[in-house]
Each structure stands twice: as C-alpha cells, then as structure tokens.
Design a protein around this ligand. Sequence first.
Ligand SMILES: [Zn+2]
Ligand SMILES: [Zn+2]
Length: 391
Amino acid sequence: MNIPEEIRSLEAQLIIWRRDFHRQPELGLEEKRTAQIAAQTLRTLGYEVHEGIARTGVVGLLRNGDGPTIMVRADMDALPIQEENSVDYASQRPGMMHACGHDGHVAILLGIATAMAQHRERWQGTLMLVFQPGEEGLNGAEIMIREGVLERFKPDRALALHLWNDRPVGIVDATPGPVMAAAETWEATITGKGGHAAQPAETVDPVIAAAMTVLALQTIVSRNVPATDAAVVTVGMIHAGEAFNVIPDQAQLRGTVRTYKPQVRETVLRRLDEVIQGTAKMLGASVTLRQYPLTPALVNDAETAQSVQQCIVTVLGEKGLSTGLQVMGSEDFAFFLQQVPGCFFFVGSGKPGAPLLQHHNPHFDIDERALTIGAAVMFEALQQLLPRHGV
Ligand SMILES: [Zn+2]
Ligand SMILES: [Zn+2]
C-alpha cells in the first residue's frame, strides 16, 4: 500500500472524527452538530465557508490561484435505526445510527480539507468541499442545487465516494458510466364494485384485479426489457379488504422501479401504465396510477473515472482496483453528476474474513482502515485533476 504522507499523518485523526460522528448521529436535514463541526474546522483551516444551504448543508471554498474548480462531496445524515453494536463508539442517541457509513464520509472530507490546506504549495485552482444533508431518501443534493450551489460556485468536476461493505477493505471500485440506478415509486388504486363474498357475479372484484396485476407486471422485466439491460419492478405493498365475507370496492398497490438507461426507464414506465390499465380494463375495473421520480441514474464521466482508477492503482496497486460494480440502489449525488462531469467511487470497507455487515443494518460497522484508503485515493485524484502549483 502506498498512502501519501499528507494522508498517513491524519490516520489517527480520521478515526477520531469518524467515531465522534458515529456517537452523535443526526437524521437527514437535521445535521446541525455535524455541520457545525465541519464549518468550524473549515474556518480554522482558512476556507471561505457558506452555511445553511438546504437547511444544514455547508460549502467550503479554498481559492488557490488560477485553475479549475473541483468539488468533493460528503453526505452527513444517519438513519432512524437503533444501533445493536456494543463498541465504545456506539450511537449515544436512541433510534438513530450511522448505518450507511456517512460518518466516515464526513471524516474523510475533513481529512481532505486538512491535507489540501496544509499543502497549498502543491496545487492550484479552487477546491469546493460540500457537506450535504439528507441523502437517505430526502434528496438533499437536489435541494442544494435548487438553492443555487452549482450556479454560485461553478464546479468543473465533482467527486464523491461511498464506503462499501460489500467489498473488503483494500479494494476500491471506479466504473465509467452508470453505477447506481434511477429510482421511481408508483401507486395504483384499482376501483371495482364491492358486494357479498357469496355473490361475486354481482361485483367487480378488485382483489382479483390486484392479483392479476402483480403477476402481469412480472412480464415487463422478463419480456419488454432486453436481457442485457438491468431493470427491477417490485410491488412492495398490496392492500384490499377488511373482512373474509366482503368483496371490497378498492385495492391499492405500491412499488418501485429501478433502471439504468433512459430508454429502458421509459419502456418500463410506459409498460407499467399499460399493464396496470389493461388488466383493470379486462376485468371491468378502473384504475388511477401515479408515478413519482425519486432519483436519476448515477452516471460517471468516463475520463474522470479513468483518472480515479489510476489513483487507485497508485495507492493500492493493480490488485486493489475493481471495475464494473453496478448497484440497483439509488444515490442523490446523481443530481450533481447530471450537471457536472465527475466520478462516484466505492471504497471497500468490509472486514476481511468476517460475515458481511450490510448497510442499513443495526449491526453495521466498517473496517476503519478504509478511511485512510478513501482519503488517499481522493487526495491523489485531486492532485491529478488540479494543475501543479506554478504550472
Ligand atoms: Zn444508505
Ligand atoms: Zn449511503
């Protein structure tokens, strides 16, 4: 392993920061303490600090001569989960836990803030550090963009990382193109005609319509999406009726769609509408369908991803580089990458040889060596994307 000295010297501090945030988790858009620590640290290091963007978001700018503006983002929010680990840095706030690794993301970004400020002689340009609130389903990134962060600070490229327990520590994945899925939710209300369970011929049964709809929806991925493309259609909620001897008036379905390519997304959403409407019509029921987009697909810029790949090899050697990881989960950094070319990469944080501790699980924890590795790859990436001082 080849950790640059600028980061190696911060190893202990990265762990101290991460454990402090881990003990004091805060939910999305309420990250007041975390944001305050970030802003205070940035100020001490000489950054120009902008607070209160999307409620608790913080932007730190370090202007260091002519050159491009490179943005690096960390998400700050924890999850409404009761921690079940008994480590001495376990959450001290009941019902809240950093179970996705965002505590580590904030620690790494503070490490980057420190290393870049201490070594201004090495680079020139502008560094834009974004501490973002509300990543977990609240689209904090979209709110920050709506409040003008991209127009105000005009980054030329954007970088972010995610600690990733599905890969062991020592492996980092940077992949060009789409790496996390576009997500939508949908809900359908099927209306029939209720009546006595013993006289179904007098009714239009929405339970049958709902059941047939769930099965018919399974043909979208299997028969409308090319076999080489990824898509998911899930019905996560189904509700109808209150009594065994009554055919109800209505049935409700709710679910989610995940896709990568815009044309696949379009096909799936069109077929979802046709299948749900068509099934109801066939059975004499009516239906209202609502579709809500959540997050677009996260698409990495090929050139930036290649730069990050080179940095992974610099830090970890060829053995540490992984490519091709694609996840059907969603991530709101996608909103930034819709407007600014950049790269979102995955830093393996699983403990080698130990059982997988899944993200969003009350037993989630990381191998803390991933903090130094993540910071090292990010630091190297910034050295690549920013011109050397005096050049
Ligand atoms: Zn998460
Ligand atoms: Zn996350």
